[in-house]
Design a protein around this ligand. Structure first.
Ligand code: AMP
Ligand code: GLY
Length: 425
């Protein structure tokens, strides 16, 4: 089989790495890919939002399966476009991808299907939102409707912060006019957050092992939110059997059947961002693709052939498929550029990649320089994954590799996998 992977980050490098292990696969192309994927596959310079260019390439190259990494092309309708042209594309349709593409649509979906989530109100006028904030006070959560590269959510501790978020989203259009036309204001959920992934074939779903992300930039969950500073899996002791039962019965099943009833059956990977609260698990958000960096932590533990599972999603045969995992623990640490998640420099040389032994390094924001050099090209630069018999061994391997890799301004969290322990202390 010839496979095309769409995307350019650490998640896509991990997908390519795992897909390459499949005996079903003869060649892999990545659009546009990064220096990491170029070592395993053929990078082709087509942007992820160039749906026509991607479909033409897939047709000309007779690609058997296209795997979409990021949400952008899914929300634009890449799956519909490929299907229209008789091409196999793994990922939800445009209609199903609205679960991530619009926070308002997502919250209304949750309400329609009685799925537990934070209580909320939708606002289309800034003045109404400000008045509401004066009424309810803080802490409170403000979310802009459209995609905002992970920056469209403010968990405001004070009313001033909340007002500022409304102003930036609705009046200053910081995330674009369309994304800020409507906003959601919702209650703050308290508890432990967990990323729950399910492979879906429209009717059936198979849950993958739990992963925990670390969103804030600094140790101890301090500082602003990022795309994810690290992840680990499995996550023992967090999701009790009672919680798991509720996740399946009150969240996953009604999500799948809700999509079917609304004529947009969900095919692909469903990411449920869930808060385990005192009142049980509640949905914070859906994403319509693998988490990044959760994917980099998870795939090295997957024993089952990923391509076989992706095809089962498309063929509607997931019900009969088992998913096997290595028992080991996996820890993924993000190495970020100085200044991230704010402004950061790029084009800085990265050294030490060839000295890494006991870890796997996935490229996230890198590019090729002269004479084989690898340069920084994004906020999250590398995903460094250590596998071990337990959390300590996995962490030791990941952090030893992190220390071998050098670039100016490099920073990472030092407490990946240890946040709950640290908080208990
Ligand atoms: P989202 O873009 O919806 O994933 O939100 C980004 C992050 O903000 C989440 O991963 C949570 O850590 C946090 N967050 C979002 N909504 C809430 C909420 N209602 N209560 C507490 N934290 C939240
Ligand atoms: N790591 C969070 C996300 O992928 O949305």
């Amino acid at each position: 089989m010839k496979v095309l992977v769409v995307g350019a980050g650490g998640r896509e490098h991990a997908l390519v790495w795992k897909i390459k292990q499949s005996p079903l696969v003869t060649s892999i192309f990545v659009a546009p890919g990064n220096p990491g994927t170029s070592a395993l596959a053929t990078n082709v310079p087509i942007k992820v939002d160039d749906l026509d260019g991607l479909a033409k390439f897939a047709t000309d190259e007779r690609i058997d399966l296209t795997v979409v990494g990021p949400e952008g092309p899914l929300v634009l309708g890449i799956t519909d476009e490929f299907t229209r042209r008789g091409l196999k594309c793994w990922g939800p349709s445009k209609a199903a991808a609205q679960l991530e593409g619009s926070k308002v649509a997502m919250k209304e979906f949750l309400r329609r299907h009685n799925i537990p989530t934070a209580s909320f109100k939708v606002f289309a006028r800034a003045a109404d939102a400000h008045a509401y904030l004066d009424d309810v006070g803080a802490p409170i959560v403000i979310k802009c409707d459209g995609l905002a590269a992970g920056k469209g959510v403010t968990v405001a501790r004070t009313v001033e912060e909340a007002h500022l978020a409304v102003t930036r989203m609705m009046e200053q259009h910081e995330f674009g006019a369309a994304a800020g036309r409507q906003i959601v204001i919702e209650e703050v959920l308290k508890g432990e957050e967990i990323s729950v992934f399910a492979l879906c074939d429209g009717r059936n779903a198979v849950m993958l092992d739990y992963v925990q992300d670390h969103k804030q930039v600094n140790d101890g969950d301090e500082g602003p939110n990022t795309g994810g500073m690290g992840a680990f899996t499995p996550v023992p002791g967090l999701v009790r059997p009672r919680d798991e039962d509720e996740i399946v019965r009150r969240i996953l099943v009604p999500t799948m059947s809700g999509c079917v009833h609304e004529g947009r059956p969900y095919v692909g990977l469903l990411y449920m961002g869930i808060m385990i609260t005192d009142a049980g698990p509640k949905v914070i958000e859906y994403n319509v693709r693998f988490g990044d960096p959760e994917c980099q932590a998870l795939l090295p533990r997957l024993k089952t052939d990923l391509v076989y599972l992706l095809l089962a999603c498309l063929n509607g045969t997931l019900e009969s498929k088992d998913v096997d995992w290595l028992p080991e623990t996996s820890v993924c640490v993000t190495l970020a550029s100085g200044g991230y998640p704010g402004k950061f420099p790029v084009d800085l040389p990265i050294s030490g990649l060839d000295q890494v032994r006991d870890a796997t390094v996935f490229h996230a924001g890198t590019k090729s320089g002269k004479e084989g050099a690898v340069l920084t090209a994004g906020g999250r630069v590398l995903s460094v994954v250590g596998i071990g018999r337990d959390l300590d061994e996995a962490r030791a391997r990941a952090y030893a590799a992190c220390d071998q890799i050098r670039f100016d301004g490099k920073h990472c969290r030092r407490d990946i996998g240890k946040r709950r322990e640290a908080r208990k202390k």
